[in-house]
Design a protein around this ligand. Structure first.
Ligand SMILES: [Zn+2]
Length: 499
C-alpha cells in the first residue's frame, strides 16, 4: 500500500466510525424501536390511569348506585364491558352460562395475563355515601359493603392502561379482564372455571378493597354451601297432630345433631346455618322446611370429611321424623393458594405506587366513622404492611381461591376504608362511593398495571411463578364442587352473603 493510500484510509476512518455510531445508537433504535426501561413504561401506565381517573370514578360511582346483588349485575357488567370495548377490547358475554359474566381480551399470544374484576353488592346494606352516620338511601335495599364497585373499576382501569402500553411499545402478549359476577355467593367463578375461561393464563392478578395496603400470603377457607330440604305431611297441629310429619322437626333435629358434632371437629372447621323455610303457621304441621348450611375448613379434604358427617346427621333427622329429604349443593370452593412470586411482584409495585395520599378532611371523616362505629379512632392507613404475613387464616371464603389452584395467582389489598371498621357494613358502603374509596381504587389500578407490565416484559418471572405453582400443585387434580350438569342460577333468588 502506498503512503498516499494509507493517508486516504486514515482520513476516511473517522467517517466510518461516525456512520457506525449513527447506525448502532441512533438509527437502529429509531427504526426498530428503542428498548425502553420497564420503569419508564410503568410510569407511563400510571399516567394513563391518572388520565382515566374521572372515567373510572364515574364507573365505580354508577356501579355503587346500581347496587346489583349476586347474579343480578346486568347494568354493572354492561357498564364495565362497554368501558373496555370502547378501548378496543374484544368482549365475550355469558361465560359459564352466566348472562352477567364476561371476558374482555386484548392482544394475542403469550404471555397471557389475567386480571379479576368483581361488581356485586350485598343485600340490605343501603347507605348514603361519604357520611359518618348510618343513614340508608332506601331502607332494606342492597349496598356495596365489600367495595366491589371499586374492585371492578380498578381492574378495568389497569387492563386499559396495560393495553395502552402494549400498543405504544408493541409489547407481545394478551391481557384479559374477567368480569366475575356473584362473588358474594362464591359461585360466579366456579361456573366460569367449569367453562374453561381461565385456561391458558400464565398468571392471574387479583385485588380487593381493604382497610390496609398489603400483599399477604394469607389463605382463605374452603367451603361447601348447600341446602337440605325436608318433606313431611301437614295436619292440624292441635286437631290431628298424629297424622302430621313435621319437616321443621327434621330441620331442628338436624341442627341439634350438627351442634353436637362441633365438639368433635378440628378447630379450623366452621359450621353455620339459617332456616329460610320453617313452615307457614303454628297450627299447620309444616310439610316443607329448608335449612341452609356452610361447612368451612382449612382445605377441601377437611370440608369433605365434615360434610360427609353432616349429611349423615341430615339423614338421621329424616329417619327420626319419618320425612324425606334432598340435599342441594349451591356451591363449594377451595382455600386460596397464594403464589409467592406473583405476590412479590404485586408487593414491589405496591411499594412503587405507595399508599393512597389521603387529605386531612378524609382522615377526619374516617375518624368520625370509627367513633360512630365504636372503633379506635385511627383514621385511614398511610403505611404498607410487611410482606411476610402468615399463611394461615380463619375466616371467609372466596371463589377466586379456585382460580389459584389452576393458575399462579396472588392478591393485593389497598386501603379504601378506615382501619378496622366492620366489613360488609354501612361504613364500607359510605366510603365506597367517596373520595376515600376512589383514591384506593386509582392506586390499585396503578399497582395492578405495574405488575402486569412486569410479567409482560419478563418471561423469567412467569417461569418462576409457574415453577412454584407446579411444585405446590404436584399430583393435584381440580375437582369442581358443583355437580357437572348443574346449571347456574340466573338471578331472582336471593341467597345472601357468603364471604
Ligand atoms: Zn369482597
Amino acid at each position: 500500500m502506498t503512503l498516499q493510500k494509507k493517508l486516504r484510509l486514515f482520513k476516511i476512518f473517522p467517517v466510518f466510525l461516525m456512520v457506525f455510531v449513527w447506525a448502532s445508537f441512533i438509527a437502529k433504535p429509531l427504526v426498530w424501536g428503542a428498548k425502553p426501561k420497564v420503569q419508564n413504561i410503568k410510569k407511563e401506565a400510571f399516567g394513563q390511569v391518572d388520565r382515566l381517573s374521572d372515567q373510572l370514578t364515574r364507573t365505580a360511582s354508577q356501579i355503587w348506585e346500581f347496587n346489583e346483588i349476586a347474579l343480578e349485575e346486568y347494568k354493572s357488567s354492561q357498564l364495565l364491558a362497554q368501558l373496555l370495548k370502547d378501548q378496543g377490547f374484544k368482549i365475550e358475554f355469558g361465560t359459564g352460562g352466566l348472562p352477567v359474566a364476561f371476558v374482555a381480551t386484548y392482544g394475542q399470544g403469550q404471555p397471557v395475563i389475567g386480571i379479576l374484576g368483581e361488581f356485586d353488592a350485598l343485600p340490605g346494606l343501603s347507605q348514603k355515601a361519604g357520611i359518618a352516620t348510618k343513614d340508608a338511601v332506601t331502607p332494606g335495599a342492597p349496598g356495596h359493603g365489600c367495595g366491589h364497585n371499586l374492585f371492578g373499576a380498578a381492574s378495568a382501569g389497569a387492563a386499559i392502561a396495560v393495553k395502552a402500553m402494549m400498543q405504544q411499545y408493541r409489547l407481545k402478549g394478551t391481557i384479559k379482564f374477567f368480569g366475575c359476577p356473584a362473588e358474594e355467593t362464591v359461585e360466579g367463578k366456579i361456573y366460569m372455571i367449569r367453562d374453561g375461561a381461565f385456561a391458558g393464563l400464565d398468571v392471574c392478578l387479583d385485588w380487593h378493597p381493604s382497610d390496609k395496603n398489603e400483599v399477604s400470603l394469607k389463605t382463605s377457607n374452603a367451603l361447601n354451601n348447600f341446602e337440605v330440604i325436608y318433606h313431611g305431611k301437614t295436619s292440624h297441629a292441635a286437631g290431628d297432630p298424629w297424622n302430621g310429619r313435621s319437616a321443621l322437626d327434621a330441620v331442628e333435629l338436624m341442627n341439634h345433631g350438627v351442634n353436637y358434632l362441633r365438639e368433635h371437629v378440628r378447630p379450623t372447621v366452621r359450621m353455620h346455618y339459617v332456616i329460610p323455610g320453617g313452615g307457614m303457621a303454628p297450627n299447620i304441621v309444616p310439610d316443607y322446611a329448608k335449612v341452609w348450611y356452610y361447612v368451612r375448613g382449612k382445605d377441601r379434604v377437611e370440608v369433605e370429611e365434615v360434610y360427609a358427617r353432616v349429611l349423615k346427621i341430615a339423614e338421621g333427622a329424616a329417619l327420626m321424623t319419618e320425612t324425606t329429604h334432598q340435599v342441594h349443593v349451591i356451591t363449594g370452593v377451595y382455600n386460596y393458594l397464594k403464589n409467592k412470586v406473583v405476590a412479590a411482584v404485586l408487593y414491589q409495585n405496591l411499594q412503587l405506587v405507595g399508599p393512597p395520599a389521603f387529605t386531612p378532611e378524609e382522615q377526619a371523616l374516617a375518624r368520625q366513622l370509627q367513633h360512630n362505629l365504636g372503633n379506635k379512632e385511627e383514621g385511614l392507613s398511610t403505611k404498607i404492611e410487611p410482606f411476610a404475613a402468615p399463611e394461615e387464616y380463619i375466616g371467609g371464603s372466596t371463589d377466586a381461591a379456585d382460580i389459584s389452584w389452576l393458575v399462579p395467582t396472588a392478591s393485593l389489598n389497598v386501603a379504601c376504608c378506615p382501619l378496622e371498621i366492620p366489613w360488609h357494613g354501612w361504613g364500607v358502603v359510605s366510603c365506597s362511593n367517596s373520595s376515600v374509596g376512589f383514591k384506593g381504587m386509582i392506586n390499585a389500578a396503578k399497582i395492578l398495571s405495574g405488575a402486569a407490565i412486569d410479567f409482560l416484559l419478563d418471561p423469567k418471572k412467569i417461569r418462576e411463578a409457574q415453577k412454584e405453582f407446579k411444585e405446590k400443585t404436584r399430583d393435584f387434580v381440580y375437582k369442581c364442587a358443583i355437580p357437572g350438569d348443574q346449571k347456574p342460577r340466573t338471578g331472582g333468588k336471593k341467597f345472601g352473603v357468603v364471604e
